[in-house]
Design a protein around this ligand. Structure first.
Ligand code: 4IP
Ligand code: ADP
Length: 336
C-alpha cells in the first residue's frame, strides 16, 4: 500500500487500530474463546481506492449500479417496486430513499433510488437488518413441502460453525434456505433483540461484517459508541431520528398493512456530524389482508405474519439512549 505521506499512513493506521481493537474487546470480553478476531481480520476490507460514494454493506453483489445525479439503480423486483410506490404516498416517505420509477438498461430493469451517500464526504455507515426473523412464512412452508437443499448455505454454515448442521445435513451436504436463515437469526441478535448489525463502514473505508457475537444491549451500546466515535452530537441525532421514525410508523398505513421482512435501517453520518437513518430494502415486504393489520411489536407465531420490527426499533432506541447516557456521564466525569 502506498501512502502519500507519513501523516496519512498514521491517520489510517490509528483509525483502523482503534476500531479493530474496540470490536475485538466487545466480542471477546463476552465470549472469551471467540475466533472473531481472526475472522474479522479476514473479512476486513481495506478499500483504499474507493473513488465514488457508493458502498454496499449487505445484500446481493451485482444488484446495484451507481447512476449519475445522486441516484442508484437497484435490480428490479416487482415486490419492492410496489412497496416503494406506496411508500411515496405514505407518512414514511421522509424515511425512505426517494423513488424515481423504473429504467431499463441493456437486458435488465432497475428501480431508480436516491443515493443516500450522495454529497457526503467519507461517510460512516451501519446496516441493521430489522425484525425477529428474516424468512417469510412462505419460505417456511416451502421448506417443509418442497425442500430444496442449498449446498452454498451449508458451506457458509460449516465455515462459521462446523457443528451447526445436523448429521443428516452433513450427509446431504445441504440445508434448506429457511433452515439457514433461521440459524442465522438465532445465532445473532435477530431473534432476541429484533434486529442485527449486518455491516459497518468507517470513514477510512474499512468494512466489518462479522457481528455474530453481538447479542446483548450492552454489546450493541458499545458498537454504537465505536461506530459514532463517541460523538454525542451524532448519537443524539440518530436517537431523535429514530424517535421521529417511530412516530411516523404509528401513522403509516403502509406499515400497518405490510409484513416487513429482511428490511434494513441504514445509519449514515459524516465528519460534519450530519446523521440520518433510512429504511431500505423492501424486496421481501409483502401486504397482509386489510382486515388483519399487523402490530409489529409482539413475538412471532406461525401464521400471524408478525415481524417484530418494532421490537428491533425499541432495542435500537434503548441502546442509543444508553450510549448517550454513558457518554454524558463520561464527559461530566460522574461515576456510573
Ligand atoms: O447474509 P447471508 O448469511 O450471506 O445470507 C443471505 C441473506 O440472508 C440474504 O438476505 P438479504 O438480501 O436480506 O441480505 C438472502 O437473500 P434473500 O433476500 O433472497 O432472502 C440470501 O439468500 P439467497 O439470495 O437465496 O442466497 C442469503 O444467502
Ligand atoms: N438508496 C441507497 N443509497 C445508498 N446506499 C444504498 C441504498 N440502498 C442500498 N444501499 C447499500 O446497499 C446495501 C444493500 O442494499 P439492499 O437494498 O439491502 O440490497 P439487497 O436487496 O441486495 O439485500 C445496503 O447495506 C447499503 O449499503
Amino acid at each position: 500500500m502506498l501512502f502519500k505521506n507519513y501523516t496519512a499512513y498514521w491517520d489510517r493506521f490509528h483509525t483502523h487500530f482503534v476500531w479493530h481493537v474496540g470490536i475485538k474487546i466487545i466480542c471477546t470480553s463476552l465470549v472469551p474463546q471467540s475466533r472473531t478476531w481472526k475472522t474479522y481480520l479476514t473479512m476486513m476490507h481495506w478499500s483504499m481506492r474507493r473513488q465514488s460514494s457508493w458502498v454496499q454493506l449487505a445484500g446481493h453483489q451485482g444488484t446495484f449500479q451507481l447512476s449519475e445525479g445522486g441516484e442508484v439503480l437497484k435490480l428490479y423486483s416487482e415486490v419492492e417496486a410496489k412497496c416503494l410506490d406506496c411508500l411515496m404516498r405514505d407518512p414514511l416517505r421522509p424515511f425512505v430513499p426517494q423513488y424515481h420509477g423504473l429504467v431499463t438498461k441493456g437486458d435488465h430493469g432497475y428501480i431508480r433510488l436516491e443515493d443516500l451517500l450522495s454529497g457526503l464526504r467519507k461517510p460512516v455507515i451501519m446496516d441493521c437488518k430489522m425484525g425477529v426473523r428474516t424468512y417469510q412464512e412462505g419460505e417456511l412452508i416451502k421448506a417443509r413441502t418442497k425442500a430444496t437443499l442449498r449446498s452454498d448455505m451449508y458451506q457458509k454454515m460449516v465455515e462459521i460453525d462446523p457443528s451447526a448442521p445436523s448429521a443428516e445435513e452433513h450427509e446431504q451436504r445441504g440445508v434448506t434456505k429457511c433452515r439457514y436463515l433461521q440459524w442465522r437469526d438465532t445465532n445473532s441478535s435477530t431473534s432476541t433483540l429484533g434486529f442485527r448489525i449486518e455491516g459497518v463502514m468507517m470513514e477510512d473505508g474499512s468494512v466489518q461484517r462479522d457481528f455474530r457475537k453481538i447479542r446483548t444491549f450492552a454489546q450493541v451500546t458499545e458498537a454504537f459508541l465505536f461506530f459514532t466515535r463517541r460523538q454525542l452530537e451524532i448519537l443524539k441525532a440518530y436517537h431523535s431520528r429514530l424517535l421521529a421514525l417511530s412516530d411516523a410508523l404509528k401513522n403509516s398505513i403502509f406499515f400497518r398493512t405490510h409484513e416487513v421482512i429482511g428490511s434494513s435501517l441504514l445509519f449514515v453520518h459524516d465528519h460534519s456530524s450530519k446523521a440520518s437513518v433510512w429504511m431500505i430494502d423492501f424486496a421481501k415486504t409483502t401486504p397482509v389482508p386489510d382486515a388483519s393489520p399487523l402490530r409489529h411489536n409482539i413475538p412471532w407465531a406461525e401464521g400471524s405474519r408478525e415481524d417484530g420490527y418494532l421490537i428491533g426499533l425499541t432495542s435500537l432506541i434503548t441502546s442509543l439512549s444508553q450510549a448517550e447516557k454513558k457518554e454524558q456521564y463520561k464527559s461530566a466525569k460522574i461515576p456510573q
